[in-house]
Design a protein around this ligand. Sequence first.
Ligand code: GLA
Ligand code: ZN
Length: 646
Amino acid sequence: MRVGVDYYPEHWDKSLWAADADLMKQTGVKLVRMAEFAWCRLEPRDGVFDFSWLDEAVALFADRGIDVVLCTPVSCPPLWLYEKHPDIVHVEKDGTPTRLGIRSHRCVTNPVFLQYADRITIEMAKHYAGNAAVVGWQINNELEAYFCYCGHCIDKYRTWLQEKYGSLENLNRAYGNVVWSGEYSSWAQVTPPFGTLPHAWQNPAYMLDYYRFCSDNVIDFSNRQAAQLRQYCPGRPVTTNVWFCEHMPDFYKQFDGLDFISYDNYPATRLPSDPESCYSHAFHLDMMRGVKRQPFWIMEQLSGGKGCWAPMEKPPLPGMIRGYALQAFAHGADTVVHFRWRTANIGAEMHWHGLLDHSNVPGRRFREFADMCIEANALEKLQGTEIKADVAILFAFDNEYAFRIQPQTDGYYYMEQLQRLHRAFMGLGLNVDIIGQHEKLDGYRIVCAPEMYVTDAGVVERLNEFAMKGGTVILTTRSGVKDRNNNALMTLLPGPYQEMAGVHAVEYAPIGWEAVSVLFGDGTELQAKQWCDVLETDTAEVLASYNGDYYCGAPAITRNACGQGQVYYIGTVGTQPVYDRVAGMAAEKAALPVIAGLPPRVEIVTRTGREASAKFIFNNDDQPKSFVMDGQEISLAPFEMKVVLI
Ligand code: GLA
Ligand code: ZN
């Protein structure tokens, strides 16, 4: 398991480079990532390339046995390029071109920008093709499926719609454009959602397609870059670094075209006092592993206090640097690259701290990093071990987009129920996969399919089959609501899931910030909020009913026998204990090997291999923990990770 750092030779006087590389080697750093923002130094004038300084830096690392990942620097075109071609900028929703000054101002659809991006990418790829120290490529930096309102994006969007629908008539029908006299009578009337009004005021069918288009558009760009890198610098794996941003591309589609996934991981340094908060990044890590169902990289890992985009925050607490890096390894990362080696002394991000502070004097965080490097390097024997999960949670970008377009009720977020289910199963000591909804379900015992809002008939069929053959499915409210176009289905909810769930809703109450209690058969009362389906059972048994409000007594959570399997339906948004309870019931019925009595915020991942297997036991809390597992007392300091060979 390999540790790296993000390094910016162009930010430092050359006299520092060799000492930096020496200290990296001595510390156990095995990889550096460089150059994602360095276009102005790599092509200082139009068509004039200068790779000499980067060659020097690469050589310093190569001499010390440190591998290099280079990036295509296309997120930050140099100012000479903007001056020559001012129209390559991204255009804002009010139709005005973005003002220069920060970064990522370019539009990835603009043909002139693409010519220049192609050229620098191909030049770099050719230049480093023969350099064995360059072991991989990162495309751009944090590519987002942002909305751009330039003429090129509008034209491409119209073409995308023409290919999808063939005719305006089909498009009008799919979107239900008759509402508010919105029917298009020419393609020229089709525009992106200009203006600052909330997107919920727009037609949801149109908006969902617009999100999908923006995702496809940015994926075209990453595929284009990947093809160039593969052609001119063959044999090096290609990735791009993603994060959970407002405009996420569909990672499942995007990484179909790339070799491995990499993720920028910045867990919070201030622990929330609210016990409901799902602050653990275990969810994100499991989701990253699930994108390609392969080991992944962290391309940027928390190293110091965050700042600059917002006022400065607490630095990582003692134990966090080590604990969070090992947490990423535990969940399937095979490389963790820390952002950044040293805090910048120049530029807008000077308060986003790296491993070393402005002073360049190694301190507490650096010493902890150095200890972690030793430990990570010693985990070599667990490289290649697998995380086999009995439990999966399905994720869909259509749902992510659709819930952003139409927020359901106050405080309702798509990811929240997924995170609570994840936390509930992790709390039982089980491995959990988070996978795309189109993935095969073979091998799982329990599949959580939360908030299956935008319906995909194939997915419904697969879930049904999975249950019929003996699997357990956990469905939740807001499932089967929309068709693929994001129009409402004319059916009782949960729509096409009704038969497998054996239950239907006669009404629903979006209760926002209000709360209502749900009463389980054994008299336990737990809290729910945000949403209440008022259910009537068809064939299901009632596990819990509402104990308040006008629908008092109506079923809230049910279980149905479906073929040889079971289907749970959670008709409300529960607080964490609701999911803990349902997960506990489902795991018990499926006879999964749960670990009883794990204290809160203790996370266990089991990795199995032919040579060696281990349990990674992590205390994701600032309080010490102890518990008994397999008759053995386990004590953990704050943020301690114990790797127990099994
Ligand atoms: C992101 C970016 C980095 C840097 C960090 C810290 O992850 O990829 O370039 O800006 O955030 O702000
Ligand atoms: Zn554009």
